[in-house]
Design a protein around this ligand. Structure first.
Ligand code: ZN
Length: 381
């Protein structure tokens, strides 16, 4: 009898395994991730000749894109998700921050998450990441850095890790960033490993509180920990950009009081045009600007409440009216499990919408890239 049950169970496990393998081959490694990063049907105005011409002459910089998490070939023009290297090039991207997503909870609740569940684990298995990444968050970050280096070997992009490389203005430059320092696993030695792998921008928290900082979507949403204060200090000393996107209000306040140079909010909306949970308050916008930092306006639904190019410009206008044109930038969050109005190849639509909103050419240059370029130049070594 027992033998029979044992055999039945074994057969069932084998069948499930074969079915999963067949589904993996049939659907492809990009299947789940590209189905959550969608372009929604959106009314888009036709591009003006003036907008097209100006956009081609801009140095465009984007503070946040999660393309590294996609399972497709990033060097080929595709229709899945929002971006790939050719689509970024078609959008005239000069410098792109590519962020590594390390661990996110199931459901991505904007208000309250613990760290118990792990949506990246099934994704890593589905995408055939090496086994060393399955239960080790630092290894996940190192693997994504390796993935980027393989793309860079094809000459499609070049990795920017120093201030000098920033000056070269050879498109398409890429800065490697991380979304949440749970990737350190609470061990300071891992910070050095990430730095050595090329990470030059680090978001302190993502969807849950970690050993460095509270998250805007966490359980306690607390300030920095003692360990977190040491890490923030090291980031400042090493010229690593501190990214306060997703960070709890308490930790944002603490970091701003602690650091001397500028910091960034890589991807966000503002409460003034869209009052959602993690969008920035006027007070937060003012304190980032007071430190000389920059705020990347995201392109997705819950950041904007209006995903048209005019809706994006409305959020940009809100920041410039509040603190001035020097502190606002792009932080698209393309391919970050977001829903947006248009893909990366159509970025000229923003330049066009800025023209329609009567921003001057000088102001458009700042917003579309030069503000971020300035801040990166101040921070990187
Ligand atoms: Zn994010």
């Amino acid at each position: 009898m027992l033998k029979k049950i044992g055999f039945g169970l074994l057969l069932m496990v084998a069948l499930v395994f074969v079915a999963a393998l067949a589904a993996n081959v049939y659907l492809g490694r990009d299947y789940f991730i590209s189905s959550v990063s969608r372009v929604l049907p959106t009314e888009l105005q036709e591009l003006s000749d003036e907008g097209k011409r100006l956009h081609q002459n801009l140095w465009v910089v984007d503070l946040h894109n999660d393309l590294l998490l996609a399972g497709r070939d990033a060097t080929e023009w595709g229709t899945a998700g929002h971006s790939d290297i050719p689509r970024l090039q078609a959008g005239n991207m000069g410098l792109q921050v590519l962020s590594a997503v390390i661990k996110v909870p199931f459901g991505l609740n904007p208000e309250h998450n613990d760290d118990k569940s792990d949506m990246v684990l099934p994704l890593a298995i589905w995408q055939h990441w090496p086994v060393r990444t399955w239960f080790d968050l630092t290894e996940r970050a190192l693997y994504q850095a390796e993935k980027l280096k393989k793309i860079a070997e094809t000459d499609a992009v070049h990795l920017v890790t120093t201030k000098a490389q920033l000056q070269s203005r050879k498109p398409l430059g890429v800065i490697l960033a991380i979304e949440g320092l749970h990737a350190l696993e609470g061990d300071e030695k891992n910070y050095q490993r990430l730095y050595d792998a090329g990470y030059r921008m680090m978001g302190l928290a993502h969807f849950f509180d970690n050993k460095v900082s509270g998250s805007a979507h966490g359980v306690n949403k607390g300030p920095l920990t003692d360990f977190g204060r040491r890490i923030v200090k090291r980031m400042q000393d090493d010229g690593v950009v501190i990214d306060l996107a997703h960070t709890s209000p308490a930790a944002i306040k603490e970091v701003l009081a602690m650091v001397s140079g500028p910091v960034v909010i890589s991807h966000t909306g503002v409460k003034g045009t869209c009052p959602s949970m993690r969008n920035l308050s006027d007070e937060q916008i003012s304190s980032i600007a007071a430190g000389g930092g920059v705020i990347g306006i995201g392109f997705w639904t819950t950041a904007l409440c209006d995903i048209t190019p005019d809706g994006i410009v409305k959020a940009i206008r809100y920041v410039t009216d509040l603190v001035g044109v020097e502190y606002v930038a792009l932080g698209t969050d393309y391919d970050g499990a977001t829903k947006v109005g248009f893909s990366a190849d159509k970025l000229a639509l923003i330049t066009d919408a800025l023209l329609r909103a009567k921003f001057s050419e000088h102001e458009i240059r700042l917003i579309m890239g030069e503000n971020t370029q300035r801040v990166l130049g101040q921070i990187l070594h």
